[in-house]
Design a protein around this ligand. Sequence first.
Ligand code: UTP
Length: 418
Amino acid sequence: MDKWQDTIDLLKQYHQEHIIDWLEQVDEQKRKELMNQLNEIDFHEMTELYENTKKEIEFKENIIESIPYIDKEKLTFEQKQHYEELGETAIRSGHYAVVTMAGGQGTRLEHLGPKGTFKLDVYGKGKYLFEILAENLKQANESYQTTIPWYIMTSQENHEQTQKFLAKHNYFGYPKEEVILFKQGELPLISTEGKLLIGKDQTIKLASNGNGGVYSSLRISGALANMKEKGIKWIFIGGVDNALLKMADTILLGMAIEAKVQIAAKTVVKANPHERVGVFCKMNGHPKVIEYTELPEKMAEEVDENGELRYGESHIMCNLYSIEAIEKISKEPLIYHSALKKNSYLDSKGKEVIPTEPNSYKFEAFIFDGFEFFDDIALLRGKREVDFAPVKNKEGVDSPKTAKELYEKFWEKNSKNQ
Ligand code: UTP
């Protein structure tokens, strides 16, 4: 009874009286579910996040500097060999694990179901995105005579579907015991009036907390502890939607080991100075990915003594961390970014409202905000045609059509490996 009263008081304190009405309307089972959900919500944090959406974005006087990178293409044979040896040794010794972030909603692609279950129309028969990733890892296992543990981050929403899909396809031939699924965290959606929303299933409407949720989810789910038990030292984290993602790049790993850094990333150079992508820089002395909207136009066009863009290294979700780095970031609070979206909900009479205009905020942490906790990052510039075939939009740029072309072109050149 006390718990019930505490919850009612909390709802009143945070102006969520509509939820009290709702609790009184639903049956016992739903009431229990709702109470459990409400006990998990940090109302103070949610109020703060909501209040922040009303504040003007402050452009602080930041010191933005360019950041050094190594161009893979320009490495000498000896340098390449040295990095490869270092990376290979770490992988062969069982010190390497990979994480695939597959908890996104893939709204732009409009595919029903988890994005990894999308079939890219390659070579007539087609290949699922999860299948393409599994093939890439299996090839690495063969080359380095090991089995790289593969952790897959799902969302509450797509976990079961992902699990069933992978089981149905026999994990695309990947050793099942080395495929570990873990769920990412969620946050409530908040209406533009600051209210929690009730979803079609009569519970509070929650949504994934963004790809930056990967760090804390690795810790909370026990995946990080599992990695430690296995003796993992390096963790690669990548997206599910890049058909040319190389998850075990020994040059990237060797370069990070040699540079004695805790974090590293592969980049590709911007297609043009005004491409709408985030680029790496140093901000106030720390590595950072700066959004194209925040990079002054003059800086975006700046070139160095070799004619290269000074701020040209785009972030392509191809990141590498020491296990200590993941531990560190997983304990730090990352800032949440808000996005105004259309979300359906039940009104006070239980009738579903499907908005025609954005009506609520979704709060997401971004993976690259984790870089700011370090002084250095090692960057390796890869090549678009080798490393980056994103599947983001249903049509046009970064769509299944462009990814198919890039994928087939790459494998035509490297057919001996097919
Ligand atoms: P995006 O930010 O491109 O989002 O994700 P998305 O969900 O794939 O697509 P849209 O924006 O809804 O159209 C980049 C990577 O981060 C993962 C995605 O699965 C993808 O691999 N991600 C994103 C998560 O794992 N969780 C999230 O909450 C968001």
